[in-house]
Design a protein around this ligand. Structure first.
Ligand code: AMP
Length: 567
């Protein structure tokens, strides 16, 4: 019998990453790394031995080098995805996609050692809050690592998927996901038929790292007080900065144990040794603004939910995801705000496991839809299975389900529920185009939103704009991403994510119609088309920016990192 194509789920986290696979009992399991750990620090250490050979360490060993050789170590690279950041090292520069690719390579290498199988197909998770560029960059990172990225899935959706299979009844859940670098908050309807995201919100620069930074700030103040040296910025010293960062994270974790009220911290700088006892109260005090921000963002997300319909902001459960939800302050504050006890559900692994589950589900859906297509005429897409299945006879249906069950080593019931479950996502961003509008009698350039944040995916919107003047040679289509719900907004609130020129036929009068269409796919990729309506000149806008590695550089990156020795 043909071997079942395995799809691995990868949680490519800001601070830690994790890889998962469905086992033979239809259960998502996390694969341990070479150190025997289930999660791997997303930290990369570059060692150049003088001969030009680059050795790479990823994970705990790299994290351990961070204090000793801070300039050779890269952490928190996820925060740079979709930007034009470059890490400079010994005359070479590395983009965020390349560094993320090294983390992926390490996860895959260790997984292959454990399973004895080659990892090819993967689903990678991304924060719901990621925009078009960050998603594209994540996909490219997978490709640079030599992987076939069959899809990206939003982290809260993946968590809901793992959570959903353990539950029978239909529920609306609020997923509060506070990781190392990002905060995502999402409202999701979970049932056996569908995982339906209603709204999503958050901040991709808010996570455990900010808590660590706040503790570091407090430690710096303590240094000043204890030594009387108020002038030196001790964080300018990379070794001291790294050491404080590590101590802060350890102390924060220590204080997450229910009966721990104090954590001792000692550190040295310029022969001064400083001792601090960080209390829980102090920790809560110096980080309260961060916790409050998560509550504020949660309330804003619930306000957005109200716009989707009456009662849409009501939920049955709060699910905690992400390592930082282990902080006791999180649970306490949520109880105070919402009067319900949040459920701590597999915070480190739910996301990777959900991705593996989603990968399996996609394989099953692809198989079933191909089978239906092959047996009964024209092909159907996976999203049509729900419509087509009821039209089959009982015998036809059972035949397909049994065949699939044998192939995937699942029960026919399980195949049926996987094949029939739809996942509907929403966009976390709005997308608009720059146009001239008249405001208070003045002609001004503004962003006109075509797709609005929290629209259900896939979605497609068109709008007609007029040329600005007579005999215009071309029209510039500027694609703008933003987080506003307004129809029209100032350009400062949006970010350019791509542009293109539509060449216009000669002699068009002023205000000739141009139709702009935005098509946002299920995987979050945006297709933009502009048509000059009178003569039907069309331009397909490829959203190409220098904040994502281009195809040519991607090919070079594949070759570049192939030569590295990955420890
Ligand atoms: P994630 O991105 O979900 O892997 O979350 C990683 C973040 O969770 C890091 O900032 C860690 O410092 C934090 N974290 C992990 N365990 C704990 C803990 N026991 N208490 C507090 N924070 C933790």
């Amino acid at each position: 019998m043909a071997k079942v194509k395995k799809v691995y789920g990868i949680d490519l986290g800001t601070t830690y990453s994790c890889i998962s696979i469905m086992d033979e009992h239809d259960k998502a399991i996390v694969l341990k790394n070479a150190d025997g750990e289930r999660i791997t620090p997303s930290v990369v250490y570059f060692e150049e031995d003088g001969s030009g050979q680059v050795n790479i360490d990823v994970g705990m060993s790299a994290k351990n080098y961070a204090e000793m050789y801070p300039n050779d170590v890269v952490s928190y690279i996820k925060r740079q995805m979709g930007t034009d950041y470059e890490f400079e090292h010994k005359g070479q520069s590395y983009r965020a996609e390349e560094i993320s690719a090294l983390i992926l390579k390490k996860l895959v290498k260790d997984a292959e050692l454990t399973t004895g199988e080659i990892v090819e197909d993967v689903v990678i998770t991304v924060p719901a809050y990621f925009g078009v560029n960050e998603r594209e960059a994540t996909k490219k990172a997978g490709e640079i690592a030599g992987l076939n990225v069959i899809d990206l899935i939003n982290e809260p959706t993946a968590a809901a998927l793992s959570y959903g299979i353990t539950k029978q009844s239909d529920k609306r859940i609020l997923v509060y996901d506070l990781g190392g670098g990002t905060f995502d908050v999402t409202l999701i309807d979970v049932s056996s038929e569908a995982i339906d995201v209603i709204v999503t919100g958050g901040d991709h620069n808010l996570g455990g790292k900010n808590w660590d930074d706040a503790i570091v700030e407090y430690l710096v103040d303590q240094y000043k007080e204890q030594t009387g040296d108020f002038t030196e910025d001790i964080l300018m010293n990379p070794e001291t900065a790294q050491s404080l960062q590590s101590s802060a994270e350890v102390a924060k974790k220590t204080l997450s144990a229910p009966k721990r009220f104090k954590a001792p911290i000692t550190f040295s700088h310029n022969f001064d040794r400083v001792r601090v006892e960080l209390t829980r109260e102090k920790l809560d005090e110096v980080t309260s603004h961060l916790l409050e921000r998560t509550i504020e963002l949660t309330k804003l997300m619930l306000e957005d939910a109200k716009l989707k319909g009456p009662g849409k902001d009501q939920f049955d459960e709060i699910i905690l995801v992400g390592g930082s939800t282990r902080m006791l302050q999180v649970k306490e504050r949520l109880v105070e705000e919402f009067g319900m006890e949040p459920i701590m559900f597999d915070p480190d692994e739910a996301v990777a496991k959900g991705a593996a589950l989603y990968g399996m589900q996609k394989s099953v859906q692809e198989w079933v839809s191909n089978k239906i297509g092959a047996k009964y005429g024209q092909g159907i897409g996976a999203s049509q299975i729900q419509d087509v299945m009821p039209k089959l006879t009982q015998v036809e249906k059972e035949e397909i389900l049994h065949e699939a069950a044998t192939y995937f080593r699942l029960t026919p019931q399980r195949v049926e529920s996987m094949a029939n479950q739809t996942i509907r996502n929403v966009t976390s961003k709005s997308f608009g185009v720059v146009a001239h509008v008249v405001e208070n009698g003045r002609d001004v350039e503004r962003v006109v939103n075509l797709i609005k944040k929290n629209d259900t995916l896939p979605c497609k919107y068109s709008q007609i704009f007029g040329t600005y003047e007579g005999n215009q040679v071309n029209a510039k289509i500027q694609v703008m991403e933003n987080e506003m719900l307004d129809e029209v907004l100032e350009k400062d609130y949006a970010m350019v994510i791509g542009d293109a020129l539509l060449d216009l036929p000669f002699g068009l009068p002023e205000n000739s119609p141009i139709e702009v269409t935005y098509n946002l796919n299920e995987d979050g990729t945006l297709e933009v088309t502009a048509v000059e309506v009178t003569e039907k000149g069309t331009v397909q806008v490829t959203v190409q920016t220098n904040s994502v590695i281009n195809e040519e550089d991607k090919e070079k990156a594949i070759l570049k990192i192939q030569d590295f020795v990955l420890n």
